[in-house]
Design a protein around this ligand. Sequence first.
Ligand code: ADP
Ligand code: MN
Ligand code: MN
Ligand code: MN
Length: 348
Amino acid sequence: MISMAEYIWMDGAQPTQRLRSKTKIVPMENIENVTLEHFPEWGFDGSSTYQAQGHSSDLVLKPVCFVDDPIRGRGNFLVMCEVMNVDGTPHETNSRAKLRKTLEDGAAKEDPWFGFEQEYTLFRGRTPLGWPEDGYPAPQGPFYCGVGADEVFGRQLVEEHMQLCIDAGLMIYGINAEVMPGQWEYQVGYRGVKEESADALATSDHNWFARWLLYRIGEDHGITATLHPKPVRGDWNGAGQHTNFSTKSLRDPATGTQTMKTYLQRLENKHMDHIKVYGADLHDRLTGAHETCHINEFRSGPSDRGASIRIPIAMQKEGCGYLEDRRPGANADPYVIADRILRTICDL
Ligand code: ADP
Ligand code: MN
Ligand code: MN
Ligand code: MN
């Protein structure tokens, strides 16, 4: 049978890389038995994606992960690709390759798991969903996890997106309406399913797939999703990408508390190195207000939503579990976030 494979990759746009994709027709002998090897490498014109100069613009798409394509349906696939140079080395914009290297350098031994809380804002034209054409909606308060046509905007798209994530086989964990009207969150990552691996590569791949699906389904609704960390200035919450992480020793009651102390110290020492790679315009969001810690400050604490690192109740009570890094912006690259966290906590 003939499959449509949507090859997805990240371009070279600065300061925030964006998604690109194109379709390859791939003959499949048996769609019940598809492996990565069935998807051949493919080329593209890097001079149109800020990844090459015109005179030698060919770059290589190397398939690294695939899931079912829930939009085109059974027998079709979404294929995540790393961008490679023609000599087979990773292109400089290939942040996934850097994360792979960090895992090989020692981080994988700690068996890290991740979970991303991806916030985003829906716009129709220049106006956030649910906002009047000019002026502002009622002040923040009733919108977070709200219900009702006067409080919640875009639920149809959000529900459709969640179902697509499930149908694709992504590790989607949940969704909620956010504090600012028109703003939403989905979570992707560890969710306690035995057969799943919530490792750094898989969870980051899944967040990129989920983003692609969000933009793609937005086309059908005439709605754009933006990951800008402060889509509306003023007394409105920004959009973040809280990143939850754990390692074997953090999850073990015998070693959890001591490991947590070590990690928190290392994270404090490297605070500014994290801030540098947690997304463009981060200073607009990390102001110290709106459930954030000021960008120049590092604070950690149990259940503290104004902290840089929040220690969840279970971690505090049971002496094991996971930690939440509340600093990354919604527009940060999950490969880069996971890479930075692992280099710091594993002292690589
Ligand atoms: P919050 O209370 O901060 O809003 P959410 O309920 O939105 O948290 O999301 C919880 C996140 O924590 C999910 O992304 C989930 O995958 C992640 N998570 C849960 N347990 C672990 C764990 N042991 N290791 C890593 N991530 C975890
Ligand atoms: Mn959340
Ligand atoms: Mn949130
Ligand atoms: Mn959170």
